[in-house]
Design a protein around this ligand. Structure first.
Ligand SMILES: *[C@@H]1O[C@H](CO)[C@@H](O)[C@H](O)[C@H]1NC(C)=O
Ligand SMILES: *[C@@H]1O[C@H](CO)[C@@H](O)[C@H](O)[C@H]1NC(C)=O
Length: 356
């Protein structure tokens, strides 16, 4: 009996770090891709290839993670969980499978796609360059045709592809290689959800490319135009994913064990752009080590708003304190010939509410 217990204990000790390393490896992505590389030294596959052979790409990936994190913090600035990168919070969030987890994964995958694609356009990577589409105008092939692009294509006059377009194919692929590869062979619900949300994040860029054109011709007559494909601004990507977050669908494993279905038959099945999750979120009102909630005590709130930033919701009904603070701002700015602007500093009184 005792022997068996010891064996079980040894097995647990052996299994946990291995099974856990996948999640921990993936979870570190939000904070530090370099750490993934340290941990994947023993692993094979595409992630390890990038770590070993493509250091400059890895740098761009790290930048992309930053871009995603910053946008997450902007989009969640007024929410109870504000996308803080404090490890004790974010690590826990990423170990779960809530709507917040889904958003963080999606915006990170999008950030990586964005940064790598941008690096190609700027010529910062030897592995890739701009997108040089050569087909004549009005002949977009099916693969590259998206609604946004159609909307922004010139409707009249002669034009052709040219210039330096954003090579989103490369960014998309590298984001997938790095972020999805370690999970490809797994089919548990958390993995399926993660891969789906990563992809939704990348699609929020790839399928929302627009077209920008430049006129050529005598004195701007625009007799010829060259056009190229351009990524959306990352703020637009964030806004779009935030919308998906607000309408995220809860899913459960389906019977075949390799896919998911929505919980409850009345919900519209999620498409490729929707965010999904499999666990309900905590309310994030009080600090909780288990869930990664830091609570909302001390957070600033808006006493006149009925929304998530309003004191009632943000403070979870606990009430709030009001202080008047003096804040320095620039004022009475004057334009001086030439070319300088001088301002005074003024003190203004401002009411600040903080959650109890
Ligand atoms: C985010 O929330 C935490 C705790 O709830 C707080 O300490 C931190 O200052 C907040 N960050 C921002 C940028 O508001
Ligand atoms: C507070 O909320 C109101 C109503 O939503 C809004 O008009 C106002 O600009 C907000 N104030 C701040 C400081 O965000």
């Amino acid at each position: 009996m005792e022997m068996r217990l010891v064996l079980v204990a040894i097995c647990l000790l052996l299994v946990t770090p291995i099974a856990g390393s996948f999640w921990t490896v993936g979870n570190q992505v939000v904070m530090d891709p370099m750490l993934i590389c340290k941990k994947t030294r023993r692993l094979k596959g595409k992630t390890a290839d990038i770590c070993r052979k493509e250091p400059s790409l890895l740098k761009e990936i790290a930048k992309g993670v930053q871009v995603g994190t910053k946008e997450c913090q902007y989009q969640f600035r007024n929410r109870r969980w504000n996308c803080t990168t404090m490890r004790r919070s974010l690590r826990k969030i990423l170990l779960r499978d809530t709507r917040e987890t889904g958003f963080v994964n999606a915006i990170t995958a999008a950030g990586v796609t964005y940064a790598v694609t941008r690096a190609c356009t700027m010529g910062h990577l030897v592995e890739c360059s701009c997108d040089k589409m050569t087909s004549k105008g009005n002949r977009l092939d099916k693969l590259t045709r998206t609604v946004e692009m159609e909307k922004s294509l010139p409707t009249e006059g002669d034009w052709e592809w040219g210039g330096c377009g954003d090579n989103v194919k490369f960014g998309f692929k590298k984001s997938r290689d790095f972020m999805d590869a370690p999970y490809r062979k797994r089919s548990d619900i958390k993995t399926l959800v993660k891969l789906h949300n990563n992809n939704a994040g990348r699609l929020a860029i790839r399928d929302y490319m627009s077209t920008e054109c430049k006129c050529h011709g005598l004195s701007g007559s625009c007799t010829v135009r060259t056009c190229w494909r351009k990524m959306p601004a990352f703020r637009d990507v964030g806004n779009r994913l935030k919308e998906s977050f607000d309408g995220a669908a809860k899913v459960i494993p389906s019977n075949d064990g390799h896919s998911f279905i929505t919980e409850g038959p009345t919900i519209k099945p999620p498409d490729r752009f929707d965010l999904i999750y499999s666990e309900d979120s905590p309310d994030f009102c009080k600090p909780n080590r288990k869930t990664g909630s830091l609570g909302t005590q001390g957070r600033r709130c808006n006493s006149t708003s009925q929304g998530v930033d309003g004191c009632e919701l943000l403070c979870c009904g606990r009430g709030y304190d009001t202080r008047v603070v003096k804040e320095k701002i620039s004022c009475e700015c004057r334009f001086r010939w030439c070319c300088e602007v001088t301002c005074n500093t003024c003190l203004v009184k401002k009411t600040v509410n903080t959650c109890r």
